[in-house]
Design a protein around this ligand. Structure first.
Ligand SMILES: NC(=O)c1ccc[n+]([C@@H]2O[C@H](COP(=O)([O-])OP(=O)(O)OC[C@H]3O[C@@H](n4cnc5c(N)ncnc54)[C@H](O)[C@@H]3O)[C@@H](O)[C@H]2O)c1
Length: 442
């Protein structure tokens, strides 16, 4: 599971060799560390018309970023933030090139490019075409950036609160999110009292938490201050207890696909908690086969665990009394649900189904005291699930993203952690890919 190539290519000899023969040179990504500054150096802020927006400058300064509004010409930048919200005609798009081109040459390793724009809204074709054009700029730029740097786009609706999203996308928490766009709506998004413990006082439950991505999610939620309940199959009990002891959580033996799972969950919550603030539907299985060879059991079990369980548990929570106000639900999808994957019609059905689920359920969750439901779609993440792949396939899959490496469980966990926080209240019914900008598929 250890990415030996990543280690090798980051030695002096390995880097020179890879460069000479034209092999990929993935960078060791800058990931979040408690107490570390938001960015590893100064951030340049500008707008499409040239004037840096004061509100954004204040926000960045408040987050402790060394914010500048002019490019001195010799500064190495840790971040470039472009406010493109005023774009309404194609000729204004040149402003993106004017702002970015020069400083990009001095973007630090693992630097961040963040573009803020308005979403297309169907009222004017020229405006919408120009706004959508920014998406193409960001996705293409993300493919040009090197040394672990990323570019992402935030689509800001009128009245949306920017702070939490801007912080997340500039920080090491978004290390493996690249070439993505995400919409920030006007839903209530109160900032936390303590940005280092945004989930303080919250109760969270993670399914499939005994290992892999689920265990990493539980760790991040606990680090961020939540009381965490870890749920997994009874046979994963020993591993579950180890995770619980490590992060200070409680455990629940629960097969999410069992007929009585929703009822058991509600009974547990009523007996042991004051209600649930955060639910992470992470439990998932694969039973890969070409469709022509797939047995009914392989189909049914994947559908039951990965999709049907989520639908049933959500319905029970919305119909019961245990889900608290401004709750957050995050569902694990996959890039397979967006792009498809050979041998995974059953898995692809469930992961695409999860996307349909969050899009459709968003309104119902808003109606539940401004709660939200979103999906995270990981790309290739190094876990026991992917360790089962043949070695050569795994090695190729690892390089097939703009960041030229697999993600780590913690990368998915950080995205889930952010979507679970109060500040992410403007994100609802959406899918956030954590895939290093996968080069294959959608
Ligand atoms: N690893 C990746 O590259 C990747 C990519 C995209 C999406 N995902 C998704 O992320 C999630 C976690 O993946 P992972 O790689 O950590 O998987 P994993 O196989 O390492 O862990 C899955 C966990 O879910 C538990 N589980 C399985 N069936 C269960 C059930 N019926 N009830 C309760 N718990 C159950 C398992 O015991 C295990 O602890 C899954 O939904 C998976 O589809 C993973």
């Amino acid at each position: 599971m250890n990415d030996r190539y990543l280690g090798l290519v980051n030695t002096q000899i390995g880097s020179a060799l890879a460069s000479r023969v034209g092999l990929p040179r993935p960078a060791v990504l800058r990931r979040y560390q408690a107490g570390a500054p938001l960015l590893a150096g100064p951030v340049l802020l500008g707008s499409i018309s040239g004037t840096a927006p004061p509100a954004l400058a204040g926000l960045l300064a408040g987050a402790g970023a060394d914010t500048r509004t002019t490019d001195a010409g010799d500064v190495a930048w840790a971040g470039l933030v472009l406010d493109a919200t005023e774009v309404s005609a194609p000729d204004q798009l040149a402003g993106a090139r004017t702002f970015l081109a020069g400083p990009l040459r001095r973007l630090m390793p693992c630097g961040r490019v963040l573009v803020l724009a308005r979403p297309a809204d169907g009222t004017d074709v020229t405006v919408d075409a120009s706004r959508q054009a920014l998406d193409g700029i960001v996705r293409s730029l993300a493919k040009e950036l090197q040394r672990g740097a990323t570019a992402n786009l935030l689509l800001i609706e009128q009245g949306a609160s920017l702070e939490s999203g801007v912080r997340f996308f500039l920080s090491g928490k978004s290390a493996y999110i690249d070439g993505q766009s995400l919409r920030l709506g006007a839903g209530p998004a109160p900032p936390p009292t303590d940005w280092n413990r945004p989930l303080a006082g919250k109760t969270a439950l993670v399914t499939g938490a005994a290992r892999g991505i689920g265990a990493a999610i539980a760790g991040v939620l606990a680090r961020d201050g939540a009381r965490v309940v870890l749920a997994d199959l009874p046979q994963a009990g020993e591993a579950l207890v180890k995770v619980a002891n490590r992060i200070g959580a409680t455990t629940l033996h629960l097969d999410v696909a069992a007929p009585d799972a929703p009822e058991r969950l509600l009974t547990y919550l009523a007996a042991h908690t004051d209600g649930l603030d955060v639910l992470i539907h992470n439990a998932g299985i694969t039973r890969d086969k070409l469709l022509v060879n797939m047995a009914a059991e392989q189909w049914d079990s994947v559908l039951a665990v990965n999709l049907i369980s989520q639908l049933r548990i959500n319905a029970a929570l919305l119909g019961g009394e245990q889900l608290r106000a401004q709750a957050r639900v995050v569902c694990l999808s996959s890039t397979t649900g967006l792009a498809g994957n050979r041998g995974q019609t059953n898995y692809g059905a469930t992961k695409a189904g999860v996307i349909g689920l969050v899009r459709s359920a968003a309104r119902e969750f808003t109606a539940h005291a401004d709660s939200t439901i979103n999906a995270v779609a990981p790309g290739f993440i190094d876990t026991e699930m992917t360790a089962r792949m043949p070695m050569a396939t795994r090695e190729v899959a690892r390089r097939l993203s703009s960041l030229q490496q697999a993600g780590l469980p913690v990368d998915v966990a950080e995205a889930v952690g952010w979507l679970s926080s109060s500040g992410a209240g403007g994100v609802n019914g959406q899918v956030l890919r954590v895939c290093g900008q996968n080069l294959v598929g959608a």
